[in-house]
Design a protein around this ligand. Structure first.
Ligand code: PEP
Length: 255
């Protein structure tokens, strides 16, 4: 099945709302409408920039979508500092990353919480971008396939095939994030293929064939082409390179 490529720009904790507006405007100028027939592009700003991005994309009817970098597993209540699925849905978000390795590491998010967040996203019509990936020690010990497929199964626990089809999976080896050390296309493909095989085993071939599996970790315009040529890599989750309009749009154009 032909899957449409998705390029998702994870801005992390960068850019104020003026910078966010400038970046989205530059992306809009550089990627003509016809470009989106081939590739979906989304940006994932910090919560504080989402309204600005929404105003621009709605006002100019841009085909660029946007989302958030995290959400609460709860809908509302006494959870100081958290932002919920209904709030993000109301802001017009399409995607939300869940289980990014920086959340797992700095906020001690485990698979159980990641699973609750995936459910919360789906409940409110958001597509979770479920991130999985191994640390360097795990890869060096040869445990990367087991580690990532276990994270995938745990993140999707209890979901029906019907729900899973709205999920995007992102394979992000921890050792490649923000390090400049990109996985080789063969290494990334090996894991993405194993993730898809796991999805097929659990939810059937049709769901697995339709689902997008992204690669993330030091993706740039210079390496995106070889990554998306791989059979099981359907795009990229891009951190650092998504903050530079010229580099990001070049990367999108080469995807
Ligand atoms: C990320 O934040 O998900 C990421 C892949 O970052 P970078 O592209 O900077 O490695």
């Amino acid at each position: 099945m032909a899957r449409k490529v998705l390029i998702a720009g994870n801005w992390k904790m960068n850019l104020n709302h003026l910078e966010a507006i400038a970046l989205v405007q530059k992306i809009a100028f550089s990627l003509p409408e016809k470009y989106y027939a081939k590739v979906d592009v989304t940006v994932l700003p910090p919560f504080t920039d989402i309204r600005s991005v929404q105003t621009l994309t709605d006002g100019d009817k841009l085909l660029l979508t946007y989302g958030a970098q995290d959400l609460s597993p709860h809908d509302s209540g006494a959870y100081t500092g958290d932002v919920s699925g209904p709030m993000l849905a109301k802001l017009g978000c399409t995607y939300v990353t869940v289980g990014h390795s920086e959340r797992r590491e700095y906020h001690h998010e485990d698979d159980e919480l990641v699973n609750k967040k995936v459910r919360a996203a789906l409940k409110h019509g958001l597509s979770p971008i479920l991130c999985v990936g191994e640390q360097l020690e795990v890869r060096e010990a040869g445990g990367h396939l087991e580690h990532t497929t276990n994270q995938l199964v745990a993140g999707l626990k209890g979901l029906k095939a019907e729900q899973v089809k709205n999920v995007v999976v992102a394979y992000e080896p921890v050792w490649a994030i923000g390090t400049g050390r990109v996985a080789t296309p063969a290494d990334a493909e090996e894991v993405c293929a194993a993730l898809r095989a796991t999805l097929a085993e659990k939810y059937g071939a049709e769901i697995a064939d339709g689902l997008r599996v992204l690669y993330g970790g030091s993706v740039k315009s210079g390496n995106i082409g070889d990554l998306v040529k791989c059979e099981n890599i359907d795009g990229a989750l891009v951190g650092g390179a998504s903050l530079d309009a010229d580099e990001f749009t070049k990367l999108c154009a080469l995807a």
